[in-house]
Every structure is written in structure tokens, then in C-alpha cells.
Design a protein around this ligand. Structure first.
Ligand code: TC6
Length: 543
């Protein structure tokens, strides 16, 4: 018996999978009708695919003519009723059995009798889907992998009813779309998920039982077994809710306890921590989906709120000791300095303590403050001041010793030492001049004026201002972003930017070239560039 020759392919579902399938089918030369719940969604997806093809042209991977011809073969349609002239329809709707059964019955009613009907399901019984149609012999599973244009595999799933000719025709179509085919009979999870899901769950059981950390499990798998991603990273990428749903199908349908989902997975899903798409799973992700290393951002809180965190010798000495400890911490990648309470970062050096100091004692105190400033400036990691209120005198000077400052809208800055008959002693004169320019620094130091957050932003003393309740969160976001970058590179950038300030430009440029070259050959340089070329996020280790 001859089967139909495929010329026109209907794709039902214009999400990520459906769009990918439509793209590869059109690229293979098929006329493609793309449908979703309405024409608007289908049209939007078609434009997106055309834009994607445009990118391939820019990269030289596709000729402009081929892209144009492919885009022309892509037709957005209003719905299933438009599939009447399709030779093959591939359903790529949400992975929900009731929905798919309904869509299959509707497609069957709309399609011509000899046309073939496939589902992109990754776990639902194709035999069950075939049974709701009047063409069970012309139904099978066509499980594409995500992202469809890049992944080479199509898993073809034979329903119990699938006729051999249907299988042969679909296999040829998949191969025409540039895919390699593996064939599975209709069994829970088919071939790929039958292997993958228990492997992901086993990695989760290992975390649950405390055998190893997620990082060690993923690194062990990557370096020991050579897949591009570790099992827990991959589970986060797929979506933990999806992994759980498939694990439940395997467990229920096969009935063997070895397929049960780990409690840890169930709990993460219950918490809404469904992986990358939810911002958190086994790892934490920023808004761009980049993995944020946890525990890599430290915070120092100046904690003497009853005196507006005024800096006495004890507090400055403690700061010195903590910074020395932080210098030895190889895990930290960024540090935040802030003040306790909601009134002050630090309202200055402790005036009561200073009021009885002799000249030599004041010198020692000033030198201690300078030592702390130098510690912050010479740490390999960036130090960010989160100024939540008054940053006056020594407080402003501590903020200035940080690499940059973000402030709450109610922050106040100033060098009011002249009011007390003294001058800044923790680096305020010179650091302020370098930050905001000599003229503004002179005016602030001579008048003792206190300025608000807006003015501080205007003159470049702070990089950003935020609502008080959002300040720390925003600064943590910035620190977390820095923590995802190459630590060696960030350290060199910090060093060159600081040292470059004090030497003539040609010498500063020389410093830059030396630091640039010194990074080559590091693990991080190799990883950063390989990740870019491999179109994946980099995983920096600081070596
Ligand atoms: C070598 C180093 C070089 C550096 C020099 C400097 O920093 S020079 C300094 C440059 N800085 C300045 O000149 C600013 C001095 N401070 C002020 O002008 C005001 O406190 C304010 C306008 C910041 C807030 O006014 P407000 O009415 O909202 O609050 P409040 O006034 O009620 O304060 C609450 C408590 O904190 C106490 N305390 C606060 N600051 C200091 C301090 N620096 N010292 C000691 N104590 C301080 C304050 O006495 C009070 O304690 P009490 O009485 O409850 O036991």
C-alpha cells in the first residue's frame, strides 16, 4: 500500500517546540501551516522564525535567498480547520493528555483521510492518541528535542496501530528535515526519557541523601562522563515540574518503585522552584537565566545603630580584622558594605572618642582608617557600598574606599569635619576629588555641606539610587551579577582601574596590556571563550 507524498505539513502549537518544528520543516522544503489558539499567536511565531532565519543569514549559515524562500513557505493559519490540505500534521501542544486527546480528535476530523498525524509528545501513550482517531494506522509519535533546529535527534514512536508505511514515510520526512531517527515502541518515556529521567532523579537522590553537593554531582558528570551539562543543571533547564511529570508517568505506568520521584524534586516543585524558568531550582538564576553562584557574595554591616554606626577605634579595628579574613576567603566574589538600622551607613568617626585624642592618637586612628580603606581597595573582589542613610565624615570616606556606591533615596553625604575644626582623616579629601572632581570636592570639604541622594547621583558620587526597602536587594543583584563573571578578570580590571589613576596614561595602558595578557592561558579565559563559542553560559572557577 502506498502512503501519501508529503508536501504540506501542519504544525499545531506555536510555542518553542512547535516553532522549531515549523522552522526545520520549512527549511527542508515543505510548505508549513502553523496554528495555535488563534491567528495572532501563529503570526507572531512565524515572524519570530523569519527573524531567526535572518540571524542565520547574518552568520553566513544560510543564503538570503534560501531564508526568503523558507519564510515564504511558512504560513500562519487560524486553527485546525485550516489543516484540510495538509499531508502530515505534527501536534506540539502542551504536554497534557486530555488536551492532546481533544486536539487529536479535532485534527482527525479536519484532515483528509490519507493524511498522517504525529504527536511531539515526550511521554504520553501514542497508542492512546491514535485510538481517538479514525486513522489509527496513520498516527505515530515524532519526538523532537529542544532546541529543535540544533538538536539532531528525532525519536519516532510506533503506536500499536501504526502501519509500516506510515513509519517509513515519517522517517523519510524526519531525515529530510536533517534529523537522525531512532525508533521506539510505545512504552512509558519511550527511549530518551526512559534513560534520561531516572538518571536525573538518581542525581537528585544523591543530593537528598547527602552523597554530594549539586555542584560536585554536575562537575563529576560533566568531566567524568562528558555530557555538555550536569544532570541537575539539565533538570533545571528542562523544568523540574516537567521532570516530575514524566517521572510520575514512568512510575505509574511501569509500576516499578525504581522510577519513583525523589521527595526533594517534589518539594522543589511544591515551592515553585521549578528551575531556570522560575529563577530557582537546584541553582539560582538571574533575570537573564544566568546561573548565580550562591554564597559568593559577602556582606559587612557596620553595626552600632544607637550611635548611627559612628566609627570608633573598636569598630574600625573589627572592620580591619574582618577584611583580613575576607582576603583569605577563596570563595567570595563580591562584597557589600552597609550600615545597620534604617538611619545611617555611618554618621562619621566617633566624635566623643575623638574629642579627647592627642595628636599622635589621632594620627594612629587616621592610619587605622586608611589601612581599612586600602584593604577594601586592594581586595581582589569588588566592594560595593550600599548607603542606607547618613554617610558623613568617616562614613562617607568608608563608602568612597569601596569600588562604587549605590544609595537609598534618603541617603545623605558630606564631609562636615570643618564644623568640628578638623579635616577628613580616612581618605575623604583625595578619594572624593578623584570620584567627583577637584572643584566639587573642595566645595564639599570647605563648606561641610551635606547633600542628598539626588545631588550625589548628579555629581557622580553614587552610581544609582533606590527606594530604601529595595536598596540592599538591588545591590545584591549587582553583586550576584559580578559573581557570575570571571573572578580573575574582575580582579585584574579592579587592579588596573585603581593603579591607573595614579600613573601617567601610557604607564596605565601598559598596566592594562600586561593584565590582559596575564589572563590568557587561565582556566577562566579558556572557559569564557569556549562557552561563548559553544553558545552556553560560562562556569568560571577563578583559576
Ligand atoms: C580620622 C577620622 C576623620 C573623620 C572625622 C569625622 O567623621 S568627624 C564626624 C563627622 N560627622 C558628623 O559631624 C555628623 C555628626 N552627627 C550628626 O550631626 C547627627 O547625628 C545627624 C545629623 C547625623 C543625625 O541627627 P539625628 O538627630 O537624627 O540623630 P542624633 O544626633 O540623635 O544621633 C543619634 C545618636 O548617635 C550619636 N552620633 C551620631 N553621629 C555621631 C558621631 N559622628 N560620633 C559620635 N556619636 C554620634 C548621637 O550623639 C546620638 O547619640 P545619643 O545622644 O543618643 O547618645
Amino acid at each position: 500500500m502506498m502512503t501519501i507524498e508529503i508536501r504540506t505539513v501542519g504544525v499545531l502549537g506555536a510555542g518553542q517546540m512547535g516553532s522549531g518544528i515549523a522552522q526545520v520543516a520549512a527549511t527542508a522544503g515543505y510548505t508549513v501551516k502553523l496554528a495555535d489558539v488563534d491567528l495572532e499567536r501563529a503570526t507572531k511565531a512565524t515572524s519570530k522564525i523569519a527573524a531567526m532565519l535572518g540571524k542565520l543569514v547574518e552568520k553566513g549559515k544560510l543564503t538570503a535567498e534560501a531564508a526568503e524562500a523558507t519564510a515564504k513557505r511558512l504560513i500562519p493559519v487560524a486553527g485546525i480547520a485550516d489543516f484540510g490540505d495538509c499531508d502530515l500534521v505534527i501536534e506540539a501542544a502542551t504536554e497534557n493528555v486530555d488536551l492532546k486527546l481533544k486536539l487529536f480528535a479535532a485534527c482527525d476530523a479536519a484532515m483528509k483521510p490519507d493524511a498522517l498525524l504525529a504527536s511531539n509528545t515526550s511521554s504520553i501513550s501514542v497508542t492512546k492518541l491514535a485510538a481517538v482517531t479514525k486513522r489509527p494506522g496513520k498516527v505515530l509519535g515524532m519526538h523532537f528535542m529542544n532546541p529543535v533546529p540544533l538538536m539532531r535527534l528525532v525519536e519516532i514512536v510506533k503506536a500499536v496501530q501504526t502501519e509500516p508505511e506510515t513509519y517509513t514515510t515519517i522517517k523519510e520526512a524526519a531525515e529530510k528535515m536533517g534529523k537522525t531517527v531512532v525508533t521506539s515502541n510505545d512504552a512509558p518515556g519511550f527511549l530518551v526519557n526512559r534513560i534520561l529521567i531516572p538518571m536525573l532523579c538518581e542525581a537528585m537522590f544523591a543530593v537528598q541523601e547527602g552523597v554530594g553537593t549539586p555542584e560536585d554531582i554536575d562537575t563529576g558528570a560533566k568531566l567524568g562522563l562528558n555530557p555538555p551539562m550536569g544532570p541537575l543543571e539539565l533538570a533545571d533547564l528542562i523544568g523540574l515540574d516537567t521532570v516530575l511529570a514524566i517521572a510520575n508517568v514512568l512510575y505509574t505506568d511501569i509500576g516499578d518503585t525504581k522510577y519513583r520521584a525523589p521527595t526533594l524534586l517534589k518539594n522543589l516543585v511544591r515551592a515553585g522552584w521549578v528551575g531556570k524558568k522560575g529563577g530557582r531550582g537546584f541553582y539560582v538564576y538571574d533575570e537573564k537565566g544566568q546561573k548565580v553562584p550562591e554564597g559568593f557574595v559577602g556582606t559587612i554591616t557596620l553595626n552600632r545603630p544607637d550611635k548611627l554606626n559612628a566609627l570608633n577605634a573598636e569598630l574600625v579595628g573589627e572592620l580591619h580584622r574582618v577584611l583580613a579574613e575576607i582576603r583569605r576567603d577563596k570563595d567570595l566574589r563580591a562584597l557589600i558594605v552597609t550600615g545597620a538600622g534604617d538611619k545611617a551607613f555611618a554618621a562619621g568617626a566617633d566624635i566623643a572618642a575623638m574629642s579627647t585624642m592627642t595628636g599622635p592618637e589621632a594620627k594612629a586612628f587616621g592610619e587605622l582608617g586608611h589601612a581599612v580603606g586600602a584593604q577594601m581597595e586592594t581586595l581582589a573582589i569588588p566592594v560595593i557600598a550600599a548607603v542606607n542613610g547618613f554617610a558623613l565624615g568617616g562614613g562617607c570616606e568608608m563608602a568612597l574606599a569601596c569600588d562604587f556606591i549605590h544609595a537609598s533615596t534618603k541617603a545623605k553625604f558630606g564631609q562636615p569635619e570643618v564644623n568640628l575644626g578638623v579635616i577628613p582623616g580616612f581618605g575623604g579629601t583625595n578619594r572624593l576629588a578623584r570620584r567627583v572632581g577637584i572643584g566639587r570636592a573642595r566645595e564639599l570639604c570647605f563648606t561641610g555641606d551635606v547633600i542628598g541622594a539626588e545631588e550625589a547621583l548628579r555629581i557622580g558620587l553614587v552610581n544609582g539610587i533606590h527606594a530604601p526597602e529595595e536598596l540592599l536587594g538591588k545591590v545584591k543583584e549587582i553583586a550576584a551579577k559580578i559573581a557570575t563573571k570571571g573572578p580573575l578578570a574582575v580582579a585584574q580590571a579592579k587592579r588596573v582601574l585603581l593603579r591607573g589613576l595614579d600613573v601617567p596614561l601610557p604607564t596605565a595602558n601598559e598596566l592594562e596590556v600586561q593584565a590582559f595578557a596575564a589572563l590568557f592561558g587561565s582556566e577562566d579565559q579558556r572557559e569564557g571563550m569556549a562557552a561563548f563559542l559553544g553558545k552556553r553560559p560560562a562556569n568560571f572557577v577563578g583559576r
